[in-house]
Design a protein around this ligand. Structure first.
Ligand code: ASP
Length: 538
């Protein structure tokens, strides 16, 4: 199949189409340029229609649902397969190609942007929950049916959660970090309980109907799920070390670079499968869904708070910040990343969306590879505006359900812990619900109410993930503009500083733009744009 690289592009294709005479050709050119986005939009709409058509009273059997969801599951598997090589190779190559001072400045600005926008999102969440009062007067018996404790994280101290975060930053085994993370869990201390010793009150099992006290002790465990934070940190530090090695390290840098480029080619192939996969992911969820009307009547206000909050932050606040700082059209930027946003909606996973996001910000929004491949993996791991927002709504909602009126200090505690715990949330479906327990523990609210949040998380998590990845993309877009401005002032883009030997070698070999090892003479985004216009054989 032959397709233009700019097929997912919102503007570049239009430019090339403009050269062709005739209105019909222009329209055709425009359609071709936006083909992937149009296919994705159609995929989402067709998924909703297909799901509603296949849905039947009494529901499909588990085997039927599994079969029906198969094409969607395939997309998820393909995206997950790419995450590990993509994150590690892009960060090693990115960190190795930048001067540590530049790296620090770039990372510093990105972290500041991520922190401020997450705090803003948390404030919107708290504000929405106080305005709409989703839990007020809700001693509603209809909520009781969602009281299933399956999937609710066990109780643990706030300090344990933060220590686990730090432990995960330093994985003890890199191979296990590729599929397992560290977590502290509390288990019954059988030895002490047998002696009949008196309990420690805070670890009393809440579900216990009797007053019998049980002694609990913290136990460190390896749990399922990639420790992406540890891998991100290792890859950055390893990249810096490679750079320090000088000429000796260059072969390895080239290796990671080539690995990265090859992975991105795989991504461009997977991209064409995304519309079909998203269609079946959406349809599969609609088929599986229980009674939505009932869910909305009991928890509608909570859902509304989260969705409206996500819409405000994603459609007004983030675009507003981007516009104020760059004077560029933020909605055009959003159009350029429509396919990854739809993928985030379909998969509920920032990590799975990362490969497509990298491809689209580079090709459609002119973000240089140096920036996107360094900032986006970090953003997908630590920046979760959507998660922080919904966690704040959930915390205030649960307080209202329990008739706890929150004071100023508790509100500030919610804002700070939500911002911090969103860093620890994994970019996987329901990753934010697991860290919600930290906030509830911090303001002494019962964690068992998380079961209510879980009941509607399949929906809230989708808009939450869209917002999570949108924040990362805007961060990369802002850094791109910052680096262009800096280059305009100094006539030298220090972000693009590279090793001279590698440059010479790649120039001699006629390697294309794209490698962080290769010095670019023009503005980075123009170089990136050029690559969008090239034809590629799929
Ligand atoms: N699903 C979200 C993500 O992948 C995490 C969350 O549950 O908040 O970004």
């Amino acid at each position: 199949m032959t397709a233009t690289k700019s097929a997912s592009n919102g503007d570049l294709g239009g430019a090339s189409a403009g050269k062709l005479p005739g209105r019909g050709r222009r329209v055709r050119g425009c359609l071709r340029a936006n083909l992937l986005v149009l296919l994705t939009v159609s995929g989402v709409a067709a998924g909703v229609a297909l799901g509603l058509a296949v849905r039947r009273p009494g529901g499909l059997s588990a085997a039927e649902v599994q079969l029906f969801s198969f094409p969607g599951e395939l997309l998820l598997r393909l995206l997950k397969m790419i995450i590990l090589p993509l994150v590690v190779c892009s960060l090693v190559a990115g960190a190795a190609s930048l001067d540590p001072a530049v790296l620090g400045r770039l990372g510093g600005w990105a972290m500041l942007f991520f922190l401020l926008t997450t705090l803003l999102a948390s404030s919107i969440g708290v504000g929405m929950a106080f305005a709409i009062q989703p839990g007020a007067g809700a001693a509603d018996p209809s909520l009781a049916k969602y009281g299933d404790q399956d999937g609710v994280p066990g109780r643990k101290e706030v300090v344990d959660s933060f220590l686990d975060l730090v432990r995960n930053i330093f994985p003890s085994n890199l191979v296990t970090a590729a599929f397992r993370s560290y977590a502290t869990v509390y288990e019954e201390d059988k030895k002490q309980n047998n002696t009949g010793l008196v309990s420690v009150a805070e670890f009393m099992n809440e579900t216990e109907s009797t007053n019998k006290a049980v002694l609990m002790e913290p136990v460190g465990k390896e749990v399922e799920g990639m420790n992406i934070l540890g891998l991100v940190v290792f890859a950055i530090v390893f990249g810096i070390a490679l750079r320090k090695l000088g000429p000796e390290g260059e072969n390895l840098i080239k290796f990671f670079n080539s690995f990265n480029e090859a992975t991105m080619i795989l991504v461009s192939w997977i991209m064409w499968y995304a519309p079909l996969g998203i269609m079946f992911l959406v349809a599969g969820k609609i088929v599986e869904m229980e009674d939505v009307v009932l869910l909305f009547t009991s928890l509608g206000k909570y859902i509304c708070c989260c969705l409206v909050g996500h819409a405000i932050h994603g459609l007004l606040v983030l675009p507003g910040i981007y516009f104020v700082l760059t004077r560029r059209n933020p909605y055009r930027f959003l159009w350029g990343i429509f396919t990854p946003l739809a993928t985030a909606f379909g998969t509920s996973s920032s990590s799975a969306t990362l490969p497509l996001m990298m491809k689209c910000v580079e090709e459609n929004n002119g973000v240089s590879k140096h920036i996107s491949r360094f900032i986006l993996p970090i953003g997908a791991t630590v920046n979760m505006d959507g998660a922080a927002l919904f966690q704040c709504v959930a915390a205030v909602f649960i307080a209202q359900l329990n008739n706890v009126s929150l004071n100023f200090i508790q509100v500030i505690t919610i804002l700070i812990t939500a911002t911090a715990s969103s860093v620890g949330a994994a970019g996987i479906p329901a990753g934010g619900v697991l860290t919600l327990a930290i906030i509830l523990e911090a303001i002494s609210l019962p964690t068992k109410e998380i079961s209510l949040i879980l009941a509607v998380d399949w929906l809230v998590d989708r808009t939450c993930t869209v917002l999570n990845v949108e924040g990362d993309a805007f961060g990369a877009g802002l850094l791109q503009v910052y680096s262009e401005k800096k280059m305009g002032q100094t006539g030298n883009d220090d972000l693009l500083e590279v090793k001279t030997e590698a440059v010479a070698a790649s120039k001699a070999e006629g390697v294309e733009e794209g490698s962080p090892l290769i010095k670019q003479n023009g503005p980075a985004h123009l170089e990136a744009n050029k690559s969008c216009e090239k034809e590629s054989v799929m």
